[in-house]
Design a protein. Structure first.
Length: 188
């Protein structure tokens, strides 16, 4: 039996569709996003380095996944990815990351349950009004009539996107890939 914490074998691998080529170097617009810790976060105003991993949606234990979820390249793996960022949190701080956030289009109330259940040491941001998604044209897809973010990780330095990981696969290795990239890049 597959749980939300693990990934089924033989998931389809997402291909780079070019939907993120415009993001490196982009200065972020002023957009206020609610966070699960009660703050309102403007990514453009953060000082230092931030890592934002965007994910489609987290599942609800006991509720079925959307239709064909495991057949959509890159869709499955939100909980393993969040847990990996949790488990690598101190390593990220050690390589100069001052802010870590997860980002989805789900609302903050739903995300708060997930952050608490997974014991995340960082906040999840909600773009439930799709303001950031539209403004910087984040890659999306639709399933069961619901708009969702494709899995993408952004490194943001002083309010501008300095590096993009896209597509992200496998999701549970995303945090380690960010740490390795930042170790190789050295200090900012």
């Amino acid at each position: 039996m597959t749980t939300y914490e693990s990934l089924p074998e033989e998931l389809p691998v997402p291909e780079d569709d070019g939907a993120a080529v415009h993001l490196p170097g982009l200065e972020l617009p002023i957009i206020h996003l609610p966070a699960t810790d009660g703050r309102i976060v403007d990514l453009s105003a953060l000082s230092g380095r931030a890592v934002v991993y965007a994910y489609p949606r987290t599942g609800v234990p006991g509720e079925p996944l959307p239709t064909g979820w495991d057949d959509i390249p890159g869709a499955r793996g939100c909980t393993p990815q969040a847990c990996a960022f949790r488990d690598h949190f101190e390593e990220l701080k050690a390589v100069g990351v001052e802010h870590v956030f997860g980002l989805s289009l789900q609302d903050s109330a739903f995300q708060a349950e997930v952050a608490e259940r997974l014991h995340l040491p960082f906040a999840l941001l909600s773009d439930h009004q799709h303001e950031l998604t539209r403004a910087i044209r984040l890659p999306t897809f639709t399933v069961d009539g619901q708009l969702l973010l494709k899995r993408i990780t952004l490194i943001i330095d002083e309010g501008a996107i300095s590096h993009v990981f896209y597509p992200v696969f496998p999701p549970h290795e995303s945090a380690a890939q960010v740490v390795a990239h930042l170790q190789a890049a050295g200090p900012t």
